[in-house]
Design a protein around this ligand. Sequence first.
Ligand code: PMP
Length: 424
Amino acid sequence: IGGIDGAIAGKIRRRGEQFGAASVLFYERPIEMVSASGVHLFDADGRRYLDVYNNVPSVGHCHPKVVAAIAAQAAALNIHTRYLTRPVEAYAERLLATFPAPLTNLLMTCTGSESNDLALRIANSFTGARGIVVTEAAYHGNTAAVTEISPSSLLRRRPAAHVRTIPAPDIAAGGDVGARFAAALKAAIADLEAQGLGFAGLVVDTIFSSDGIHADPPGFLRDAAGIVREAGGLFVADEVQPGFGRTGAGFWGFERHGLVPDIVTMGKPMGNGFPMGGVVTRPELLDRFCAETGYFNTFGGNPVAAAAGLAVLDVIAEEGLIDHAQVVGARLKEGLEALMPRHAAIGAVRGAGLFIGLDLIDAEDGSPDAALTSHVINAMKERGILIGAAGLHGNTLKIRPPLPFAEDHAALFTDTLDAILAER
Ligand code: PMP
């Protein structure tokens, strides 16, 4: 492991031996993390990093209220999910109150992948159809069924026969984003029908994270929702990334689009790091599914998870994190846009709340510049800032910090990006 000093090189090698080909670490020089608090992480040398990447610890790393809730419930009762328990009932009531009227049933899981897997099963059982439409660089999780609808993880494998992909709704393509997206969806549905597969549903991350973050204009997904309904399929909103207030416009990403999905899936920030996921849907969809196969999850919705989830909901409300995401996110976006006249390498800045995508392009020909993106990510890390990439071409900086991210953190990030690009 060239250029990496002794102790850490040994740990990287050992990890490679233990985890084999599945061992993937961030950075040319990986970091050994030891602790975290708020919007910062600390490595084994005591070095502090500003977190502009992690959306799981959404209310802040190791938030004391969430940690205390987990510890207290773990000390009182930690059991599977087939007894009545007060934390679970309280959690369901609080979480369901964030949803519009017809969405009144909750299934609890441990991960986003399980949630999307259930959504597929519900959609298949309700429609009797197989066909699913997703976006070109979507990621929806890691089960067998969900990998089939995650083109970004198929690598060199061919997409499954029952899955159609459509381009991400990129405003840069010009014209009416919603109409273009809806037309592509309509064509994909027609193709599924023509192949005899039928149309079970559209599964979309409502902020299109792995497609490079596409948020605007608000409402562009409404046309697609209409097409889904006309075709007799279900609209599945994957809220694993935008959910729990990140977009700064309500609790859920679909709210920015003024639509009500048939099924909503969630995960990541739900337990601020405690493994939690969920599916929210209408009773009639669940009735049909449960009559066919039923549902049991040993850990999904255990009392400790519910306690973690409740604390997360409390913190979001008490600390006003949704409004905060909107205010700080808007400042951050303005700051990044202000860099554009100075750096031809910044091709676009997009996003909502504290979820922003920034495209890095070749200044000469405007083509996506994944090498520059990788350089920026590694240079940021050397300066104590954690950031990642997304998008079909891997050239979109994925700016997605814990929600307590403040304006001075935003300024530090913007100034650091400015300096790194100026050095090139
Ligand atoms: N959906 C989306 C949009 C995601 O980003 C992810 C995780 N990156 C998942 C689903 C899967 O969640 P998990 O890793 O918890 O299974």
